[in-house]
Design a protein around this ligand. Structure first.
Ligand SMILES: [Zn+2]
Length: 103
């Protein structure tokens, strides 16, 4: 994005101002240190082979606000356990243990 900065010499259109505003708004700090960068699968660490759909407490951390399943990139869960987790979550949803959509 350094290209944009060097380019903004002339004031051509209102677009520039808009972009600046956006940049300001989007730059809310606060992010640091919230999520640990451990890339270790929680289930592997705790040696949980079978992810039970009844264990809601285990599943809920992987379902952020919107009711979606957290992607592996973020949660760090390995492929094997992510799959098990997805199945468990889907089952739990059918049993209404977990909401499909939260708002
Ligand atoms: Zn794992």
């Amino acid at each position: 994005m350094s290209d944009m900065e060097s380019r903004s010499g002339g004031r051509g259109r209102g677009k520039d101002d808009k972009d600046k505003d956006k940049d300001k708004a989007g730059r809310r700090g606060g992010g640091g240190g919230f999520f640990r960068r451990r890339r270790v699968c929680k289930f592997c660490v705790e040696k949980i082979d079978i992810v039970s759909y009844k264990d809601v407490k285990l599943l809920t951390p992987f379902i952020p606000e919107r009711g979606k399943i957290q992607p592996r990139r973020i949660s760090g869960t390995c492929a094997k356990h992510q799959r098990a987790l997805q199945t468990a979550i889907k089952r739990a949803r059918q049993l209404a243990l977990i909401p499909y959509v939260t708002d």
